[in-house]
Design a protein around this ligand. Structure first.
Ligand code: GTP
Ligand code: MG
Length: 263
């Protein structure tokens, strides 16, 4: 005789019963049923600031996207959040000239902030503006209290440049104190598989043990993986508190007004 229990298993799964509003609300609040991609899709514009002191102080952990101009930061944010025009992306380098903040979190509650930072290294920007932005950026990276992680975007066809190295030096003390760090190799669709593997191993050496991921907005490569990592950075219990900020920014912010911005 069969020892199988006498339970009738339906041939096809039963039609889902309509959940009561209480059940729906409980499911929404249950972190186990919120996927990293669903979480990313809650992104909405929060604010924009041309100078550091215009940025609101936030309690929620913040993740900054940094990298050379045209590396694909804004496009990456749009791809992760599945919102085509959330961050301004453009063929023309230097498109992002403010620090733009986006809020993530269900039901309008901000549990994480994404920061799209202006790119550096764009030759056509006037020298004074370049210096001003380098200063704003350095001050932001060193002193932003709720900064939890940095995503450095790098076009693997150019590799990490001198300016990327300078930025790595600026953030090194905070990374040593626990600030999360990821290098994203963008526009992976422009590389063959062999070139991707090579770029990955070179960047891993340069990242000194930090995470490196290939990404393509065009082919949607690496999207789930990056969303998962950013979720883990901001949702694991041990990492709940942001990394401590240095008490002293390197230098005071210049007084000069920003140049006219076209966003
Ligand atoms: N082929 C390809 N092109 C991409 C990808 N990501 C971005 N781009 C293109 O690269 C250009 C620059 O993208 P942005 O997202 O504006 O770059 P950014 O880093 O925000 O630039 P700044 O705001 O100047 O610092 C645009 O023409 C994008 O369409 C990608 O994954 N694949
Ligand atoms: Mg941009």
């Amino acid at each position: 005789m069969s020892s199988r229990p006498h339970v009738r298993v339906p041939a096809s799964p039963p039609k889902a019963a309509k959940a009561s509003p209480a059940v729906v609300s409980a499911a929404r609040n249950n972190p186990a049923v919120v996927t990293p991609m669903g979480w990313m899709h809650t992104a909405r514009f929060l604010t924009t600031a041309a100078q550091l002191h215009h940025l609101p102080a936030m309690d929620a952990p913040e993740i900054a996207f940094v990298g050379r101009s045209n590396a694909g930061k804004s496009t990456c944010i749009n791809t992760l959040t599945q919102k085509k025009q959330l961050a301004f992306a453009s063929k023309k380098p230097g498109r992002t000239q403010h620090i733009n903040l986006f809020a993530l979190g269900k039901q309008g509650i901000t549990d994480t902030v994404l920061a799209d930072l202006p790119g550096y290294g764009y030759a056509a920007v006037a020298k004074m503006d370049k210096l001003r932005w380098q200063q704003v950026m350095a001050n932001y990276l060193v002193s932003r209290e709720n900064l939890k992680g940095i995503v450095m975007m790098c076009d693997p066809r150019h590799g990490l440049t001198e300016l990327d190295d300078i930025l790595l030096e600026v953030i090194r003390p905070r990374v040593e104190e626990g600030l999360k760090f990821l290098i994203i190799l963008t526009k992976a669709d422009k590389l063959t598989r062999a070139e991707q593997a090579k770029a990955l191993s070179i960047a891993r050496l340069q990242a000194g043990g930090g995470e490196v991921k290939l990404f393509s907005a065009l082919k949607k490569q690496g999207v789930d993986e990056v969303a998962q990592l950013l979720w883990d950075w901001t949702h694991s219990a041990e990492d709940a508190a942001p990394a401590p900020a240095h008490s002293e920014p390197p230098e005071a912010e210049p007084e000069a007004e920003p140049e006219a911005l076209d966003e």
